[in-house]
Write a protein that binds this ligand. Structure first.
Ligand SMILES: [Zn+2]
Length: 705
């Protein structure tokens, strides 16, 4: 209770809030005023009533002789193509470099017409009219960020180029009136939170149609979307009021209660390391590790100036000037942060880090930076390349580490070992992570006195060479580059017997089903808790995989999962026996005698085996293939109909399995039952029937309406 945690980056309000709610005191270092505001506002969110009141207060201010809300909404008026009414556009669409929009998006409240339409004459005229007064608003907007004689003025001007005249006019009109509004502190915070949503949506970085989750670079897409900012203010209320209950939140060095809370240190980690070392016993470090995000850092400086004036930007203005946002810069900056942490923390202090958008160069950057600063990597957990990646380090010894040259054989061995343990192909991200972990262990990510950009380049080249120059690896991909598709091992990769494993998806299936047998009515979280210790690190199964198994075997009642009646072990066993009898019956009608050998049922004629049946209650088709004593053409794998979708899912994610499975015939129980019922059955008609029962359902038709 009341133990101190440190978040050195301040980028994960959610993680910090969770820890504070669990009773930790979390010291958060932030030097970006926007990040700080977001953290505070998440810790103590204004009430929905405050948000609504703030927007209502703003709406009723007079602009000339109309209300401000009417005036601001009139900026987005457009004429409905169908009924001719004046309505609000949701957005205008622009092409980079043009000075009027080419299209608009709306949903007409009068006639229901909706979608994208070419810009009309009045849309173009309106855009031109607003642009005609632009220079005045633009110069006011950057004066809030930097003074006329400021050396950084040019950078502020550059950043403001990412706002079109209309959103800039919209934002400055509101911001200029904000100070005269006399809002209560809570309403003012609410208004600031809404304005930030509009600032974020009001720039020209949002491509159309949107192809990336969030723009990170200051690059204007060739087509972009200009959102209706009044609508965005209203949308902001919904975004902000989703946050849960508030937690104690104070500015350093104010005290926070032992029951948990957040203490914000506004400043640099370097200075905090000095101040906090004496006073606060940090038990662990948590935090989401920042990645290069030029758009957010540069625009943060702009927004801070707009909301709080020049003084707020001053300590942070370097963000406006900075132009380098590559991985080497990222690694250098992270290394500096890790070095300050190293000084601040006692030996062995754990550091729990999160990479929200993991990608191979980001992981290389973070691991190289941490390792060079004396942190020892304990674990890396990765579910899929689309999930956050979890890292645990411990603050290491002060000793000088022995630094070794990277050894390509070690890297290859680590990659092979991961793929062998997985028993199925993996994304490049997984293979890359396995290789990196081996380099961390041998202290070979960065040579002494080597620059980070060179170290990162060397590592990437090594990864590429390791995969491309070794015939044990097989790349399943339609693309050229190593990070597309999946990587697997060749079947003849010369693994020893104890290196050969059932595939990860097969093992997950076995675990989930065993757990459900013993624990009916469990919820998804309990299933995950059960699975994770069995599948640690890079083997962490995806949610999609767990759900595929659950949907095959179980039913959900509310939040609770339980096995379907037909999938209880005893029921399945008796069905397996019935199926064995069915196979024997059909065989004798076709003139074969049936003999059981291990799990296989062989149809024989004059001591020659003609067919072998492998009956599964599960979707472990990989195992069935491995254990069949005959050629693929003679082997028939029999599965329950309820397993077909799961078997298909496995084959879709594992191109090696899909290729092997193609040579085999997989039939469902019900086909054999139906064959038994047939009054006439010949060897020819049998052969024909079992070849026409594909496990993959035909592709769903594309719905055209
Ligand atoms: Zn209409």
């Amino acid at each position: 209770m009341g133990s101190w945690l440190l978040d050195p980056f301040g980028f994960s309000p959610r993680l910090v809030l969770e820890a504070a709610r669990m009773g930790y005191r979390v010291l958060v270092a932030v030097n970006n005023p926007i990040t700080r505001f977001l953290l505070e506002a998440s810790a103590r969110p204004p009430s929905e009533a405050d948000f609504k009141a703030a927007l209502a207060d703003l709406a009723v201010i007079k602009k000339g002789d109309e209300r401000l809300s009417v005036h601001l909404q009139s900026l987005y008026l457009t004429t409905c193509e169908k009924c001719g009414q004046q309505i609000q556009a949701e957005a205008f669409l622009w092409r980079k470099g043009e000075d009027v929009p080419y299209a608009r998006i709306y949903t007409c409240p009068h006639c229901g017409d909706s979608g994208e339409h070419a810009a009309a004459h009045d849309d173009i005229e309106r855009a031109k009219r607003i642009a005609s007064t632009d220079s005045l608003h633009r110069s006011r907007a950057f004066e809030r960020v930097a003074a006329l004689d400021d050396d950084d003025r040019i950078y502020a001007e550059e950043a403001i180029q990412f706002y079109l005249p209309r959103p800039l006019y919209f934002l400055t009109t509101i911001i200029n009136r904000l100070d005269r509004l006399n809002l209560t502190p809570d309403r003012r915070r609410a208004m600031n939170a809404l304005i930030l949503v509009a600032c974020d949506m009001g720039n020209t970085l949002w491509g159309y149609p949107s192809e990336r989750p969030r723009p990170k670079q200051l690059i204007i897409p060739s087509q972009f979307r200009e959102s209706n900012l009044w609508t965005q203010l209203e949308r902001g209320i919904g975004l902000w009021t989703q946050t849960a209950s508030s937690v104690a939140c104070e500015a350093w060095p104010q005290k926070i209660p032992e029951t948990g809370g957040i203490c914000i240190y506004e400043g640099r980690l370097k200075d905090l390391a000095h101040e906090a070392k004496k006073e606060i016993p940090i038990r662990a470090v948590i935090g989401s590790v920042p990645r290069p995000n030029q758009a957010f850092w540069t625009l943060s400086a702009l927004w801070a100036g707009w909301l709080w004036g020049r003084d707020a930007v001053e300590p942070f203005k370097i963000a406006l000037r900075r132009r380098r946002y590559d991985w080497a810069w990222n690694a250098t900056a992270l290394n500096a942060a890790f070095a300050h942490l190293f000084d601040l923390l006692p030996l062995d202090t754990p550091f729990f880090g999160l990479l929200p958008e993991s990608e191979p160069p980001f992981l290389t950057s973070v691991l190289t930076a941490a390792s060079a600063a004396g942190f020892d990597l304990q674990s890396v957990a990765l579910r899929t390349e689309h999930d956050p990646l979890q890292l645990v380090w411990r603050r290491g010894e002060h000793l000088q580490r022995e630094i070794n040259d990277a050894n390509i054989d070690d890297v290859r061995a680590a990659m092979v070992q991961h793929l062998a343990e997985r028993g199925e192909p993996a994304s490049y991200m997984h293979v890359h992570a396995a290789g990196l972990i081996s380099l961390v262990e041998t202290h070979s990510l960065k040579k002494k006195n080597q620059e980070f950009d060179e170290a990162l380049r060397d590592t990437q080249a090594l990864m590429q060479k390791a995969l491309e120059g070794d015939s044990r690896f097989l790349h399943y991909s339609t693309g050229e580059s190593i990070d597309t598709g999946v990587w697997g091992l060749r079947e003849d990769a010369a693994l020893s017997q104890n290196e050969i494993h059932d595939s990860l998806s097969d093992r997950v299936e076995i675990n989930v089903v065993t757990f459900l047998q013993k624990n009916p009515n469990c919820i998804f979280l309990e299933i995950e808790d059960e699975l994770y210790p069995h599948f640690p690190g890079l083997l962490t199964p995806s949610k999609a995989m767990i759900y595929s198994v659950l949907n095959s075997y179980a039913e959900r009642d509310g939040g609770a999962w339980k096995l379907r009646l037909e999938d209880f072990a005893a029921v399945r066993r008796s069905e397996l026996n019935t199926m064995a009898g069915t196979i024997e019956n059909i065989g004798s009608r076709l003139g074969y005698s049936t003999r059981k050998q291990n799990k296989n049922y062989l149809w024989q004629e004059e001591d020659q085996t003609q067919y072998v049946f492998y009956i599964l209650a599960s979707a472990l088709v990989g195992r069935a293939i491995a254990e069949s004593p005959l050629q693929p053409e003679q082997t028939i794998i029999v599965i329950p109909g309820g397993r077909a979708a799961l078997a298909t899912y496995k084959a879709q994610r594992d191109p090696a399995l899909a290729a092997r499975l193609k040579k085999y015939r997989v039939v469902k129980y019900r086909l054999l039952r139906a064959l038994l019922e047939r009054p006439t059955l010949t060897r020819e008609s049998f052969e024909q029937q079992i070849s026409s029962d594909p496990i993959e359902k035909p592709k769903a038709q594309i719905v055209m309406f």
